[in-house]
Design a protein around this ligand. Structure first.
Ligand SMILES: Nc1ncnc2c1ncn2[C@@H]1O[C@H](COP(=O)(O)OP(=O)(O)OP(=O)(O)O)[C@@H](O)[C@H]1O
Length: 363
């Protein structure tokens, strides 16, 4: 008995020493190890994590299993993970939206940098990391999420003539201005009414319980974006840019806009970082190199990841099956999942966990 206890202590020491870019405290300090025992020659380790962590969990298993087998002499190490995603304090102490723990605004200073493509793939990657996720398309200038999810012909039902049921696609709960108005009708939203209308869509959707709601914000840093950012109970923002100088100048304006309204910027995603030739796989930095990294250093924020420019990414979105779904084993999905893991962990470490019953106060 005494010997087993000593072994378990050693196992915990090994878990304690595991370091990973997504961990600012080790697993023991974080209180994530809920079970660590030897039963019938099996070492059972059960973790409960407060943020989406699946990729890092796979890395943990392959890094530690051989060492733990050698130490304990058991037949097998049985790893389990569950998620109890923390609700984090919202910017400006805004009231929560019913059923939604955390809201991540995906924004860009400039149009056409791939903000919506990134938002939809990141939402799916967060889901793949163990979280329940929704996406709200708030891009009033060109709502593209329905096309990217292959749901453009659907419309949310209104069971009580007030609320809408979100459209489900690949496990994601989605709502978009694009489901509600046709492309000409979208013009109506381009006024001061836009942020009010969007807030209403956000509040009047019957969201299932969501750990993260990703919001695809309208591009730019004008009045509409500013009002919108202020009226939505956002946890934090992420900025998408390309390495091109002009996009970087606008990304700076994006960071400044969020700072002005006291919304923390989690970091920057550089899209179209380099082109991968579909024939020979050659990498070419067609929009320049190192821009987002310099920007993140200058503004003391994180470069969350770099996504290449590749034909597959566009084709998958055009056919309504984002790459994370259509090419789950690809290097692109791996990149999106790494970025999603970074976003979830940065959100947790930069934020402040609050009790869900406080955040679920009525509006
Ligand atoms: N990394 C990439 N590789 C290949 N194609 C991409 C990539 N990122 C985006 N695209 C393509 O570029 C086009 C613009 O992307 P997207 O609609 O996501 O941009 P956006 O910034 O949301 O635009 P807007 O400002 O108009 O809302 C789309 O056709 C998309 O499929």
């Amino acid at each position: 008995m005494h010997k087993i206890r000593a072994k378990i202590m050693e196992v915990k020491k090994i878990l304690e020493n595991f370091s990973h870019p997504t961990l600012q405290k080790n697993l023991i300090e974080l209180g994530a190890v809920k079970t660590c025992e030897i039963v019938d020659q099996h070492l059972i380790i059960k973790l409960v994590m407060p943020f989406a962590w699946q990729i890092a969990f796979e890395e943990l298993k392959s890094a530690l299993t051989p060492q733990l087998l050698k130490l304990t002499n058991v037949k097998e190490v049985k790893w389990h993970i569950e998620y109890n995603i923390a609700t984090l304090k919202r910017a400006n102490n805004q009231h929560a939206i019913n059923n939604i723990k955390n809201i991540i605004a995906i924004s860009s200073g400039k149009g056409g940098v791939g903000k919506s493509s990134t938002a939809v793939n990141i939402a799916l990657a967060l889901q793949k990391q163990g979280a329940s996720v929704g996406i709200l398309d708030a891009d009033i200038y060109g709502p593209s999420i329905p096309t990217m999810l292959g749901t453009e012909k659907q419309q949310p039902l209104t069971p009580d003539n007030k609320h809408m049921t979100p459209i489900m696609a690949y496990g994601l709960a989605s709502n978009s201005i694009g489901y509600l108005v046709d492309s000409d009708g979208a013009m109506v939203w381009r006024g001061p009414m836009a942020s009010k209308a969007l807030l209403q869509i956000l509040q009047d959707t019957f969201w299932p319980e969501l750990d993260y709601l990703v919001i695809d914000m309208p591009p730019g840093t004008g009045d509409i974006q500013l009002t919108l950012a202020q009226s939505i109970p956002v946890t934090a923002a992420v900025i998408v840019t390309t390495p091109q100088d002009i996009a970087l100048i606008d990304a700076k304006k994006g960071i400044t806009m969020f700072t002005k309204v006291n919304i923390p910027t989690l970091g920057i995603i550089e899209n179209m970082s380099y082109h991968i030739c579909e024939n020979c796989g050659h990498h070419e930095a067609i929009f320049g190199e190192g821009g987002a990294k310099r920007l993140s250093e200058q503004y003391h924020t994180t470069l969350l990841g770099q996504i290449p420019l590749h034909k597959i990414l566009r084709q998958d979105l055009d056919t309504g099956k984002p790459t994370v779904i259509n090419h789950p084993e690809s290097e692109f999905t791996q990149i999106y999942c790494q970025i999603a893991g970074r976003i979830a962990s940065e959100l947790y470490w930069q934020g402040q966990a609050i009790l869900p019953d406080i955040s679920f106060k009525a509006l």
